[in-house]
Write a protein that binds this ligand. Structure first.
Ligand code: SF4
Length: 264
C-alpha cells in the first residue's frame, strides 16, 4: 500500500456545487482529531505505507486550526504528507506549515500540497462560496514560497466548463510555477446532486462507468464521468505549456519522491 487517506472529520463550508463530501455518503460528518489520529496509528501498526493524504472528505484549511492540529499530530508517524485545499492561507498559517515541513524534513519525509481548480471564469457560478481562483493561485504561490511543492488538481474536469477555461487554469498555474496538474473525473450520485448545475443534455454526452467508491467508509457506488478523449486533449495542452500532467494524486506523489531521491 502506498498511501492512506486521512479525513478532516468535519463538514466543509465551501459548498462547491459538484462536491461529494457534504452529504455524509463517504463517512460520518464529524470525527474528533484524537479519534482520527488514534485510528491511523492503529492502522499504521499493522500496515506499511509511504504517504498520508489529508483532505478527501473536506478542506483541512477551511478552518486552519483544524488542518494545523491534524498535520502536527501526523508528523509523528514519519510519513510523507500531502494535503488538499482551496482555502486562502495567511502568514501565521504559513509560519506553522514551515515548522511542520521542517519537522518532517528532519526525518527525511516530504510535505506537499494540492490546490484544486475545477474552473476559472465559471467559479462564481459553480463555487460561489469558495475562495476565488485568483485567491487559490495566491495560496499556491505562498506555499511554493516556503518550498512546499504544490500541485493543481483539475479535478473534477467538469463537462459544463470549456477547454478554453481549462487552458486559463493551466496558464495561471504555469505562471505560478506549479510543478504539475492532476486531472480527474466527475463523480455523480444516483440522484444527480453532484451534477445539479450540469444540464442533462451536456451530461448525457459524457461516457461514464458505475464505480464502487474505494475511499468511502460505506458501500457507495457512483457514476464516474470521464471523457478520455478530452482528458488526453487537456493533458496535451498541459504538456504544450511546458508542465506535467498526472492521472492521480498517487502518481504526482511518486514523481515528487523520485525527484527527492526517495523513490521506493
Ligand atoms: S472545497 Fe472540496 S470539500 Fe470543500 S466543498 Fe469544495 S469540493 Fe467539497
Amino acid at each position: 500500500m502506498d498511501r492512506v487517506l486521512v479525513p478532516v472529520g468535519e463538514p466543509c463550508p465551501f459548498a462547491c456545487t459538484y462536491c461529494y463530501t457534504r452529504g455524509g455518503e463517504i463517512r460520518s460528518a464529524r470525527i474528533g482529531v484524537k479519534d482520527i489520529i488514534h485510528q491511523l496509528v492503529t492502522f499504521a501498526q499493522e500496515n506499511n505505507f509511504q504517504t498520508i493524504q489529508l483532505g478527501y472528505d473536506g478542506d483541512p484549511f477551511a478552518r486552519p486550526e483544524r488542518g494545523l492540529a491534524l498535520l502536527r499530530e501526523l508528523v509523528a508517524l514519519g510519513k510523507d504528507i500531502n494535503f488538499s485545499t482551496k482555502a486562502s492561507l495567511h502568514d501565521n498559517e504559513l509560519h506553522a506549515l514551515k515548522e511542520i515541513k521542517a519537522a518532517l524534513s528532519s526525518h527525511g519525509s516530504i510535505l506537499s500540497a494540492i490546490v484544486s481548480l475545477s474552473c476559472w471564469e465559471s467559479a462564481d457560478f459553480l463555487e460561489p462560496n469558495t475562495p476565488t481562483p485568483v485567491e487559490r493561485i495566491a495560496t499556491l504561490t505562498k506555499l511554493m514560497s516556503i518550498e512546499i511543492p504544490t500541485f493543481i488538481a483539475v479535478r473534477p474536469i467538469l463537462p459544463n466548463v470549456s477547454d478554453e477555461e481549462y487552458e486559463r487554469v493551466v496558464s495561471e498555474g504555469a505562471l505560478a510555477r506549479c510543478p504539475g496538474f492532476i486531472l480527474g473525473p466527475l463523480y455523480v450520485d444516483d440522484e444527480g446532486k453532484f451534477a445539479r448545475l450540469i444540464s442533462d443534455q451536456i451530461l448525457e454526452q459524457v461516457p461514464y462507468t458505475q464505480n464502487k467508491i474505494p475511499w468511502s467508509a460505506y458501500p457507495v457506488s457512483w457514476k464516474r464521468y470521464e471523457d478520455v478523449d478530452r482528458l488526453i486533449r487537456i493533458g496535451k495542452m498541459v504538456e504544450h505549456k511546458g508542465c506535467r500532467g498526472f492521472e492521480s494524486s498517487a502518481t504526482a506523489m511518486t514523481f515528487l519522491r523520485s525527484k527527492n531521491g526517495n523513490a521506493s
